[in-house]
Ligand binder design. Structure first.
Ligand SMILES: [Zn+2]
Length: 238
């Protein structure tokens, strides 16, 4: 009887296990990684992704991230929104003018390690997947830099771009134009107000990785893989 119970239990556990391993759609950090480029030259510092590497004329969102806070702004880093934690800064013009079509600058010298083409803007380059949904055109650049004698890496994600002016595996210089700012969303185009959604990751996540989809639902969990873009850049100016 005891043995029989054990067997039934074992079968149940095996059945449950096989169910969960059949579920390949579950996103995790581990299955959301993109290949790192080896021997990528180190950048000599970092600039901002707008206005030729400066922030002049661009709005810096308030730090309030809780929607109960009077200063809550969904474009802030770590803003707690209905779709999860926003691990980005959204760049808008300070005077409220349209940011669409303005140049997008690489924050450092690096290499393009992932690109997603929007199905509306680039029907011939779009890969047929849903990676562009909610994102539109995406560029992911790996940046190597020296800190305390050690090679570190960060990964810049530039989202909702209007145009992409780099190709996969291309090396870029600090302050090189890589595209333009837009509001693409991977469905009908320009669903969003034109802005740059910019993330700075410390993990080599694929371009379209989104914290909540990978189960990162707390500030602590998100902070293991992302950095505050403006704080990081300010601490690493050339
Ligand atoms: Zn955003």
């Amino acid at each position: 009887m005891k043995l029989l119970k054990f067997s039934v239990l074992t079968l149940l556990v095996l059945a449950l296990f096989s169910c969960s391993s059949d579920d390949d759609d579950t996103e995790t950090v581990a299955n959301s990684l993109v290949s790192i480029a080896e021997n990528n030259p180190q950048t000599d510092g970092f600039d901002f992704p707008v206005d030729q590497g400066e922030m002049t004329g661009w709005k810096e969102p308030p730090v309030a991230v809780d929607e109960n806070d009077a200063n809550f702004d969904p474009s802030s880093y770590l803003a707690q929104r209905s779709d999860g934690i926003h691990a980005a800064i959204d760049f808008y013009k300070e005077d409220g003018s349209d940011a669409g079509g303005t140049a997008l600058w690489s924050i450092g010298a690096g290499i393009v390690i992932d690109i997603v083409y929007d199905r509306v803007e680039y029907p011939n380059l779009h890969d047929g997947s849903d990676r562009d949904v909610g994102w539109g055109n995406l560029i992911l650049i790996q940046y190597d830099y020296l800190e305390n004698g050690v090679n570190n890496r960060v990964y810049g994600q530039y989202a909702h771009c209007k145009t992409i002016e780099v190709v996969l595996n291309q090396t870029v210089a600090r302050n090189e134009i890589i595209g333009t700012i837009g509001g693409t969303d991977g469905k009908v185009g320009s669903e969003f107000d034109n802005h740059l959604h910019f993330e700075l990751r410390t993990t080599n996540l694929k371009a379209d990785a989104w914290p909540q989809s990978m189960g990162l639902t707390t500030v602590a969990a998100v902070s293991e893989h992302y950095a505050h873009p403006l704080d990081f850049i300010r601490a690493h100016r050339p």
